[in-house]
Write a protein that binds this ligand. Structure first.
Ligand SMILES: C[S@@+](CC[C@H](N)C(=O)[O-])C[C@H]1O[C@@H](n2cnc3c(N)ncnc32)[C@H](O)[C@@H]1O
Length: 205
């Protein structure tokens, strides 16, 4: 386990925020919402949490389908970019998920943030606790990779080199999530010449 991953991630995103959305990877990930949302049951009464929302790659399109989105992130710089978009039904929440959440949500979604969190069982538990009964879980991240996706993993606060979905599914089931499934939904073409598959894990509280 790397030392102080959260501090390193925060420092990284403070500097990365300015050009984050123009990166070739972020530009590809703008296609994600259209691939993920058909698998969700979205409606205009719901309040969703976007964990590690960043500049709002998912929060912004999600806000068009639901009543309210809370965009949670530890990085003030990333959230400032989202706030500047002035989306009326998005509330930003600058805090670590482990400090506790006071609301309950119809769904929790997260894209490319899990690999920054050391304690995945605890994160799944936080997510389960803040979901309504039957609430939806949608997690998007990289399949296990060799460390070449980020390159300088430690400096970027990366603590997991992607995930084995079977292990994640088992952890989610232990936490109490039901109706679990996981499939590949996307491939990121990296400037290093490699292609990195991305999974969508779905479940219900
Ligand atoms: C790679 S960015 C992804 C942003 C956005 N979801 C997207 O797909 O473009 C990861 C985000 O997770 C946030 N993050 C990492 N650890 C976190 C934690 N423990 N609590 C809240 N946010 C966290 C980072 O600050 C960063 O904005």
């Amino acid at each position: 386990m790397l030392e102080k991953p959260q501090i390193l991630a925060d420092t990284h995103f403070t500097y990365a925020a300015e050009r984050f959305e123009q990166s070739p990877i972020s530009l590809q990930l703008t296609a994600l919402a259209d691939k993920v949302f058909p698998s969700l049951a979205l409606d205009k009464h719901q309040h969703w949490l976007d964990f590690g929302a960043g500049t709002g790659a998912l929060s912004v399109p999600l806000a068009a389908h639901v009543k309210q989105v809370t965009a949670l992130d530890t990085s003030a710089a990333m959230l400032a970019k989202l706030t500047a978009k002035n989306v009326e039904n998005i509330t930003t929440l600058e805090q670590d998920v482990f400090y506790g959440l006071s609301d309950t949500y119809a769904g929790v979604i997260s894209s490319m943030a899990l690999h920054h969190v050391a304690d995945i069982p605890q994160l799944l538990s936080c997510m389960h606790q803040c979901l309504e009964d039957g609430g939806q879980l949608a997690l998007i991240d990289l399949y296990s990779e060799d460390g070449s996706f980020h390159g300088d993993n430690q400096a970027k606060g990366v603590v997991h080199l992607g995930f084995d979905p079977q292990q994640l599914l088992e952890e989610a089931a232990k936490t109490g999530f039901k109706h679990l499934s996981c499939r590949e939904i996307f491939n990121i073409e990296h400037k290093n010449g490699n292609s990195y598959p991305v999974f969508l894990l779905l479940g219900r509280a």
